[in-house]
Design a protein around this ligand. Structure first.
Ligand SMILES: Nc1ncnc2c1ncn2[C@@H]1O[C@H](COP(=O)(O)OP(=O)(O)OP(=O)(O)O)[C@@H](O)[C@H]1O
Ligand SMILES: [Mg+2]
Length: 247
């Protein structure tokens, strides 16, 4: 399988000199086209920081990220901006929908950001709304939606930009068990049927069981030799790995 995004010896330190604190170190990982990768770790282990580095929102203090074979560090800020727009879609724990825009307008936002006229792409937006079972709620504002609807809208928004990579930060953290299950089934299907490359970070074993592969982040480092390979991972397998890593 072809690698879409790769990190080599990635590290992030906060603060300087004596006050320097390591947040992430020696992170080696690669995500293939159509792969659903999960990185599990407890609170504070560095999951969100890892996503921020891969999304180009923060700069690593060491190591390299390459996207489509090109190194982030050698890209101009204009290229990084373009990558962020064209290659990476993000799904957040708190949905990050614009409160004063309707669900349809929120989903179409990447078109506006890319300088495209949303009315020329109504069909694409409608298809996404239908696919995520949101068509009937299209004119509602975010505060009128359930958590599950808001998260499905944020997935639709990430798909609207047609980016091949989806970075998902605890996407079920604020959802009921049933709504969370639906979101995980959607993500699994997007990797399988649409060839999206998905990186999910979570501390939830039930969510991790949907992935093709699970890695474990402990105190800013990926646990060596602890990788679980799916498909059909069981929640019990994941609990066993967590217990053996004392997390
Ligand atoms: N900008 C920053 N400056 C200093 N420390 C930071 C910064 N961002 C994160 N940290 C610290 O780095 C560590 C990892 O944070 P991060 O948010 O990546 O963890 P996480 O695994 O996403 O946690 P959670 O599950 O609670 O979301 C934490 O100790 C946090 O306090
Ligand atoms: Mg986090």
């Amino acid at each position: 399988m072809s690698t879409v995004i790769q990190a080599k010896k990635l590290g992030k330190t906060s603060g300087k000199h004596q006050a320097a604190k390591s947040i992430l170190s020696d992170i080696d990982l690669a995500i293939a086209k159509g792969e659903f990768l999960c990185v599990m770790g407890p609170s504070g282990s560095g999951k969100t920081t890892l996503l921020h580095l891969l999304a180009g929102l923060e700069k690593p203090t060491s190591g390299e990220i390459s996207l489509g074979g090109k190194l982030f560090s050698q890209a101009s800020s204009r290229e990084v901006t373009r990558w962020r727009r064209d290659e990476i879609g993000q799904v957040f724990q708190f949905f990050n929908l614009m409160p004063n825009l309707t669900l349809r307008e929120n989903v179409a936002l990447p078109l506006a950001i890319a300088g495209k006229a949303p009315h020329e792409h109504e069909h694409r937006v409608d298809t996404l709304l239908r696919r995520l079972n949101l068509l009937e709620r299209a004119e509602a504002l975010p505060h009128e939606l359930s958590g599950g609807e808001m998260q499905r809208a944020s997935i639709a928004r990430a798909l609207c930009g047609e980016q091949p990579i989806l970075l998902c930060d605890e996407p079920t953290g604020n959802l009921s068990q049933q709504a969370g299950l639906e979101v995980m089934q959607i993500l699994q299907k997007l990797a399988k049927d649409d060839n999206k490359s998905i990186l999910l970070v979570t501390h939830n074993p039930r969510d991790a069981a949907f992935a093709d592969r699970v890695l474990f982040l402990v105190d800013g480092k990926l646990a060596p030799h602890a990788e679980l390979i799916g498909p059909d991972l069981s929640v019990e397998d994941i609990h066993k790995s967590l217990a053996s890593l004392n997390i």
